[in-house]
Every structure is written in structure tokens, then in C-alpha cells.
Design a protein around this ligand. Structure first.
Ligand code: 5AD
Ligand code: SF4
Length: 439
């Protein structure tokens, strides 16, 4: 049997990054090795995202590129699509591309050793069953970073926001057993990890026996007192007072919350099946800021949802002005076949979607710039991450409020995973710049 050397490229969200680590763990446990370079692999897996059309288009182009790359290098390697796009398109992927031999959905990763081995013998195979119970709780992810970890506490989603493909690609919501989560936390502490991000499509609805999310967060905060604890992502509807109190109470729970707004118009929010109003969202932010004064809040916004009027769009801009998020991920609406919204006429012309999106982006950039400027002169603690891409003398770190800070580390005095105090001396809309403080 050919020895398997697998290379995995990851697209999409943090859940996918953690899933890739889970897949690497499953593959190595079966005797495969993980290739550090594409050119060394005989199995190439793309862990994919379906959330917008562009994400999928990119993958189809990538498959073509990989096929030509392999041909030019005269290499025999098989290409597999795993993750959300595999689940959404299933066997159609074999029709869309002759070069795909493996299609495996998010709940079937345990089958990958067998499927990849068959693919190397020339067969095409697919596994896309969704599970009501799979959480990979017994699998220790094979992590790249030695100081910052992703940790999935639940999988799937039951919210069925009208525009979103995730409930169809990742199946029903299920929470991972608390004991296995705490065991993994203990492992991270013992191995000197400095940061953990608890992951789930909607972490607020974590529930295992009697353990709710605030309780789980509190238990972890006490158990790993020196580790920064983050979590994503929270649904504004189920963000409880208890959760806000827990963030306020524990210093090591980061002062950062991602709360997706999507729209500032009550009519559109209703159409989207978000089950909250603009007023509820604003109240939540007020409560959060009262309890955790330094709390940074980021959000997601969709521009040009079907039937969105100029007035609805203005409502979004006004609410953004009122709330003043620290940062935002902003998207043009993209119809996803099979969702409820895809049945409504996608009636906003492309140029109009682009104009609205640009207005949203420009407004947020101004707000982010103004908010970041308020950091200048402050001393902040960062967790050092890595050299910056542009200049390796400059290193990147992150504050507990999730802001990126660049500082000079020419003499390599600081290593990834170090905590370090910096004085902020400059800022842009996306980045802070800091200098080390003379001791
Ligand atoms: N079109 C555009 N953006 C979308 N998102 C989810 N589905 C769509 C879609 N069909 C955005 C939402 C979500 C983020 C992960 O992606 O804002 O919060
Ligand atoms: Fe993540 Fe959603 Fe993309 Fe799937 S579709 S990878 S869950 S963002």
C-alpha cells in the first residue's frame, strides 16, 4: 500500500481551521504523514467553505490550478474536497471537475484514511452523511501553533437564518461532552498554551447535561487562570446576562465579543429569521459595555439582502453609527441554493449591492480608525504571534480586545507566545503600532 502523505489547504472559518487539525490527527493516527509542502504530497485535500458564491468559485479555480501544477511537476497525487462544499454539492463535485476523487463532508472525517487510500488505488469515493452526535471529542487536534489553540465545543447549527447554508452543510447542533473539553483544556495548560478560542456556530446555546455556556466558560477560566480565553461566535438572541457577568468577572476571559448584527432594519431582521430587533441588539451592547467597559465588539453585516430598501440600508448605517463596532466583516448578499432566502427574488442589482456594501465599509473604516486612534498613548498587553508578512523585523501581536499590534522585534528578543506590554504610538483603521517600554 502506498504511504499516504497528505497536504491540506483550509478555507472559510475558524471551525474549518480546527477541523483541518482534527483531520490531520485522524490521518496521522492511521499511519499517514502530513506534508509541509504541496509538492511533497500524494493526497491534497481542500477543506472548503460554502457560505458565499465567491468562496466556492475560488475552490473550483484552485482545483484546476492544482491539476495543472501536478501535471507540470509530473506528479501523481489525488485531490479531495472536504468540508462545507463537499456536503453541499456532494456527488455533483465529480461532475464539476474530473480531477476530484474524494468528497467528504464535515461529519465523516473518520472515514478519510480508508477513502484516501482507496483513491490512491484509483477509485473515487464519497462520504457525506450528517450526524446528530459526532463531535470528534476523543480526537486531539494536531495543532500547528504551540501557543494558541482552537477548540470546538459544539458542531452544527439550528438557527436557520434565511440566507445561511451552514445548517445544511454542518447539520444539527450538538454540544461536545464537557469532560472531554476540560481534558483538552488540561492538555493545553500542561503544554504551555497561552490562548484558547472556544468554537461553535452559536456557542451561547452550548448545553451538555447541566452545563450551559456561561458555566463552561467559568469552569475553564478557573481551570486555566493564565490562559487567555476567547470564544466565537455568539448569537445576539441568546447572549445571556449570566454570560456578560462571566466575561466581566474573569480577567482571563478576553474583553472581546463577536456579535453578528447582519442588518439594522427590523423588517429585514425578521425576513432573515434572526429573531431579535435593532432595539434588542442595542440594549445588549449597552449592557455589555456597562458590565465590561473595555469590551471590544465586532460584527458581521450583509448588504443588499433581497427586498432591502434604501431605508432599510440607512437603518443599518444609523445603527452602526450608534453602536460604533470596533471592527466588522462586511459582505454582499449571495444567494445560496436550498436556503429560504434563495427562493425570494434576488432583486437588488449587483451595482446597488456594491454601492451599499461600500457605504457600509467606508462608514466602518472611519469608525475603526477613530476608535483605534483612542488607543494611542495607552499601554496594552499583547500576546506575541509572528513576524509580519511585509517586514520580518516587525512582529505582530494581539491585545485581549483582539486588536492587531505591530512592533519592532529586530533583535528577536520576543518569541511567539510571549506576553508583552507595549505603548501604542500610532494607529490606522486596521492596525495599532506599539513600542516596547524600557524596563
Ligand atoms: N451571503 C452573504 N453573506 C453571508 N453570510 C452568511 N451567509 C451569507 C450569504 N448567503 C455572512 C453572515 C455570517 C458570516 C459568517 O457570513 O454575515 O455571519
Ligand atoms: Fe465555516 Fe460556514 Fe464556511 Fe462552513 S460555510 S466553512 S461553517 S463559514
Amino acid at each position: 500500500m502506498a504511504l499516504i502523505s497528505v497536504f491540506i489547504e483550509t478555507y472559510g472559518c475558524q471551525m474549518n481551521l480546527n477541523d483541518t487539525e482534527i483531520v490531520k490527527s485522524i490521518m496521522t493516527a492511521s499511519g499517514a504523514s502530513v506534508a509541509s509542502e504541496l509538492a511533497m504530497a500524494n493526497v491534497i485535500l481542500l477543506n472548503t467553505c460554502s457560505v458565499r458564491y465567491n468562496a466556492e468559485e475560488r475552490i473550483l479555480n484552485r482545483i484546476d490550478f492544482l491539476h495543472h501544477f501536478l501535471k507540470k511537476q509530473k506528479r501523481n497525487a489525488v485531490i479531495g474536497i472536504i468540508g462545507c462544499m463537499a456536503e453541499r454539492l456532494k456527488g455533483k463535485l465529480f461532475e464539476l471537475s474530473d480531477f476530484v476523487s474524494i468528497v467528504v463532508g464535515p461529519d465523516e472525517y473518520r472515514k478519510l484514511p480508508e477513502i484516501t487510500s482507496n483513491a490512491l488505488k484509483g477509485s473515487k469515493d464519497i462520504a457525506v452523511e450528517l450526524s446528530k452526535t459526532e463531535t470528534y471529542s476523543d480526537i486531539l487536534p494536531l495543532r500547528k501553533s504551540g501557543f494558541s489553540a482552537w477548540l470546538s465545543i459544539m458542531r452544527g447549527c439550528n438557527n436557520f437564518c434565511s440566507y445561511c447554508i451552514v445548517p445544511y452543510t454542518r447539520g444539527r447542533e450538538r454540544s461536545r461532552d464537557t469532560t472531554s473539553i476540560l481534558k483538552e483544556i488540561d492538555y493545553l495548560v500542561a503544554n504551555n498554551f497561552k490562548e484558547v478560542t472556544l468554537l461553535g456556530q452559536n456557542v451561547n446555546s452550548y448545553s451538555f447535561n447541566d452545563t450551559t455556556f456561561p458555566k463552561l466558560l467559568e469552569t475553564i477560566a478557573i481551570r486555566a487562570p493564565k490562559m487567555r480565553i476567547r470564544f466565537i461566535t455568539s448569537h445576539p438572541r441568546d447572549m445571556s446576562d449570566e454570560l456578560i457577568e462571566t466575561i466581566a468577572k474573569y480577567d482571563n476571559v478576553c474583553n472581546y465579543v463577536h456579535l453578528a448584527l447582519q442588518s439594522g432594519s427590523d423588517r429585514i431582521l425578521k425576513e432573515m429569521n434572526r429573531r431579535y430587533t435593532a432595539e434588542h441588539f442595542l440594549d445588549l451592547v449597552t449592557k455589555l459595555r456597562e458590565a465590561v467597559p473595555n469590551c471590544a465588539i465586532s460584527t458581521d453585516i450583509i448588504a443588499g439582502y433581497p427586498t432591502e430598501t434604501e431605508e432599510d440600508h440607512k437603518d443599518t448605517l444609523h445603527l452602526m453609527q450608534k453602536i460604533r463596532f470596533d471592527s466588522a466583516f462586511m459582505f454582499k448578499y449571495s444567494p445560496r441554493e436550498g436556503t429560504k432566502a434563495a427562493k425570494i427574488n434576488d432583486n437588488i442589482p449587483e451595482e446597488e449591492k456594491i454601492r451599499r456594501l461600500n457605504e457600509v465599509i467606508n462608514l466602518q473604516n472611519n469608525i475603526s480608525r477613530e476608535k483605534n486612534a483612542l488607543e494611542v498613548g495607552k499601554i496594552v498587553e499583547i500576546l506575541v504571534e509572528n513576524p509580519s508578512r511585509k517586514n520580518t523585523d516587525d512582529w505582530v501581536g494581539r491585545t485581549d480586545t483582539n486588536k492587531v499590534v505591530i512592533f519592532n522585534n529586530k533583535n528577536k528578543k520576543y518569541q511567539e507566545g510571549d506576553f508583552l506590554n507595549l505603548k501604542i504610538n500610532k494607529s490606522t483603521s486596521a492596525t495599532l503600532f506599539g513600542e516596547t517600554i524600557e524596563e
